[in-house]
Unconditional design. Sequence first.
Length: 310
Amino acid sequence: MTYEDFAQEWDSRDMITCRTSGSTGAPKEILLPKHEMVNSALRTIDFFGLTGDSLLYSCIAPDFIGGKMMLVRQRAAGCRFRWETPSNRPLDGYSGEPISLLSVVPSQVIHILDNIKDMPVIDAMLVGGSSIPESLRHRIEKSGLNAYESYGMTETASHIALRRIKSEPEPFRTLGDITVTISDEALVIDIPGWQSVRTNDSARSVSPREFFIDGRLDNIMISGGRKINPERVEDILSRTITFPFIITSRPDEKWGERIIMIAEAEESERPFIENECRNMLVNYMRPKEIIFTKHLPRTPNGKPVRNFKN
C-alpha cells in the first residue's frame, strides 16, 4: 500500500482496514472506527504541540498502523506531510526544511546516528515498531535527539503512551485521558468512550497513567522449571552485544524448553557471545545453543519472529 492508496481509503470510508503486526502469529485484518483514529491523532498532536505550520515526515510504510497514523495526524493538524520509501538509509539526501515529527523504527535510527552531521533539524522523533536495544538507547541519549519510544498496538489505533528515550528507561506515560491497570500481570488499557483492552504484555504499574513493560506474556519460556522472559535476556545482553540477535526456544526432553540465541553474525563471534553470556547472565538464563544466520527472521514491519523452526 502507498500513502496515496491510504488517502483514498481514508476519504471514502468510516471504518478503516488495518493489519496487526503478526509478532505473535499471522497478521490479521481488523476494522478501526475512523473517529477513534482521529482521537488518537489528536492526543499525539497535543503531546508534541503540532500546528498547521508543522511538517510531519514518515520513513515507514502505511501498511501498518504506525504508518497510517502519520497521515491521520497530518489531516487532523492540517499541516504538511512528506514520506519516503522505507529503507535502512532514512533521510539520505534530504536537505529540506526542519522536520517537526519524524516517524522511524529502531533500525533506521542507527543510520541517522551514524550520519547525524548530515541530518536536517529534527524537532522530535517517534520510534516504534520494535523494542529498542540498550546500546541504542545510550547512543540516542548521547546524541541529544528529542526521541520518544511509543507503546500501543493496532487495536488501540497506534500508541497510547510515550516516554523519552534515555539510557535508564523511565515509565511510559499515557496520553490524554487514557489510564491503565494490571490484571494477572497483564496490562489493561482503558480508552474512555471507546474500549478497554487486555493486552498480552507483562507490566508493572507506577500509577494509573504510568507503567513499565517487562515483555509479552506469551513469549515467556519455561526451562528447567524456571520462567524466563526472552526480552529481559535480550535487554541484558544488548548492553555489550551490538549486532542483532533474538532469544527464543524449542522443545527439549531434558529442559522442557531449550533456550536458544539466533545471532545475525559470523561464527567467529561465538567466543565473544559465550563470554558475555557467562559474565552477564545467571546460569538458567544462558542460551544452551547459539545459531548464526545472515538474516534474522522478522515480520514485515521489522519485529522479531521468535517461533523457532528447525
